[in-house]
Design a protein around this ligand. Structure first.
Ligand SMILES: [Zn+2]
Length: 495
């Protein structure tokens, strides 16, 4: 009996994963190759595969088998998988079909509305759609019925186990520390210097060499991966033997280079997840925040670090015929500046962008912030935190695509990942003696192996915070990140 139910559970999960990956391939093609004329047909193909996946996920056959397995005491090693799957299904079964359909219909038209609003640089074009999305998300959160803040049920979709009650004091500490650090940086004589080395055009052909070189040094197996061009860089997996990243060239060579390092960090995680769980829920990362910690540790802690540039600067210098010394280059790579756009932000400002969105999302859910006032709320909060006021909506409230998808509760994962990254990096440096010397020679292999052993191989057998606790001895802690930033930027800006 148990055996039969287990077979059903495994079969349904495998089909869900296969459908999901076929859909991911359609999305990848849409971003990389598809001509404009393909959009209508692609939307139908994609919706059909999504429906097949959804039918499996919500099937009564699967749910009945899972319930039986939950009661059985003889499932042994599969218990974690069964528990996790059951918990996830119970969560999604709390939301009525009509609400799921309403959300999907609304987000389908909210995307084009968001793009139109950006074109017109006018938030009021998007506001009615956002209002509908927020109303539906409030309904969804109420159906989920999590303890504590209404936001908890939504946050749990991306960061399982994390709550507002735990996160709020952490973000408050982080915000205070970052504003204090920025005050010191902005007082420094070194602040606000014009970029001499990076502030010019670098040819794409030269950039290509470094993009291709760095991913291999990081440990990406190019027989199981590839790099293509798309407007926004992303990583996607079609199977453990096929994990792809995309990138884009800009004049500033750091965009292509460091965004590729970032995506390759995600890709390494995806490639190293446990093969035996390829078609079940344990073969994925336990949270978006932990995923982001992998990309951000490579991009920031390693890729903007001194040791890394000890290796790459002489090569950049030669390739692009730069005149300038290492110290100047290192400072420019890490220069701090007040900007409006989250994805263009430096390490010090980055989490403030995230905290701003977190505070707004909480307010939208508990009703203390109204959608119609959002432009003003955004601008005044921005001024308060960054000291500058967005000049228009595109560089303010309209800059992120997330809300138009109905993703509310996603933003915190960026800051959670950034903090986890520093904690893991700190621990890695303690355990791997001489690692900076190796990185300085272009040998990054021990970093990759360490992350595989400590983080990747677990899949989602544990929650994200449990994995970090196992590795670092404690869960999410903003102090390590603040200490890392203060040391690094204190040296660059001399305070
Ligand atoms: Zn990322």
């Amino acid at each position: 009996m148990v055996k039969k139910d287990m077979e059903i559970v495994k079969k349904y999960q495998k089909e869900m994963f296969l459908l999901g990956r076929a859909n991911a391939l359609l999305n990848w093609d849409q971003e990389v190759y598809m001509p404009e004329g393909g959009i209508k047909g692609r939307a139908e193909q994609s919706a059909f595969l999504s429906k097949l996946g959804h039918d499996r996920a919500t099937s009564n056959v699967l749910f009945t088998s899972l319930k039986k397995l939950m009661k059985s005491r003889t499932i042994g090693k599969d218990k974690v998988m069964v528990d996790k799957l059951y918990k996830g299904l119970c969560k999604s079964r709390k939301i009525p079909h009509s609400l799921v359909e309403d959300l999907s219909r609304t987000t389908m038209i909210a995307g084009p509305a968001w793009r139109k609003a950006r074109k017109k640089n006018d938030y009021s074009v998007f506001a009615p759609y956002l209002q509908k999305i927020i109303d539906l998300k409030i309904k969804e959160a109420k159906f989920l019925g999590f303890k504590g803040h209404l936001y908890n049920g939504l946050l749990d979709d991306y960061e399982e186990g994390m709550t507002v009650e735990e996160l709020k004091p952490i973000f408050e500490k982080l915000k205070k520390g970052l504003i204090e650090l920025l005050r010191k940086i902005k007082k420094s004589k070194k602040y606000g210097k014009k970029l001499k080395l990076l502030g010019r055009k670098y040819d794409a052909e030269g950039q290509k060499f470094f993009v291709e070189d760095v991913v291999v040094r990081m440990g990406l197996d190019m027989k199981k991966s590839r790099i293509d061009l798309s407007e926004h860089p992303f990583t996607t997996r079609f199977g453990v033997g096929d994990v792809r990243i995309t990138m884009a060239y800009r004049d500033d060579p750091m965009f292509a280079f460091l965004s590729t390092v970032h995506e390759a960090g995600h890709a390494l995680y995806e490639s190293n997840l446990p093969v035996k769980h390829e078609y079940d829920i344990l073969g994925d990362a336990p949270s978006i925040g932990l995923h982001e910690s992998q990309s951000r540790m490579w991009e920031n802690n390693v890729g903007k670090g001194k040791a890394f540039w000890k290796y790459y600067f002489p090569l950049f210098k030669k390739k692009f015929k730069l005149s300038g010394n290492f110290e100047d280059w290192y400072k420019e790579v890490n220069s701090v500046f007040s900007g409006y756009i989250r994805i263009e932000s430096d390490e010090v400002h980055y989490c403030l962008h995230v905290i701003l969105r977190f505070e707004i999302e909480l307010g939208l859910l508990d009703g203390s912030i109204k959608v119609k006032d959002l432009r003003d709320v955004w601008n005044s909060k921005f001024k308060e935190m960054f000291g500058i006021k967005p000049r228009n909506d595109v560089e303010g409230v309209l800059q992120d695509v997330h809300w138009s998808f109905g993703s509310v509760g996603y933003f915190p994962t960026y800051a959670i990942g950034t903090m986890y990254a520093s904690q893991l990096y700190n621990q890695m440096k303690k355990e791997l003696k001489g690692i900076d010397k190796e990185i300085g020679k272009g040998n990054f292999s021990r970093v990759q192996k360490w992350l595989k052993e400590k983080v990747h191989k677990h899949g989602s057998l544990y929650l994200a915070d449990e994995i970090v606790k196992k590795v670092c001895g404690e869960g999410l802690n903003p102090e390590i990140y603040l200490k890392y930033l203060n040391n690094k930027y204190g040296e660059i800006y001399r305070f």
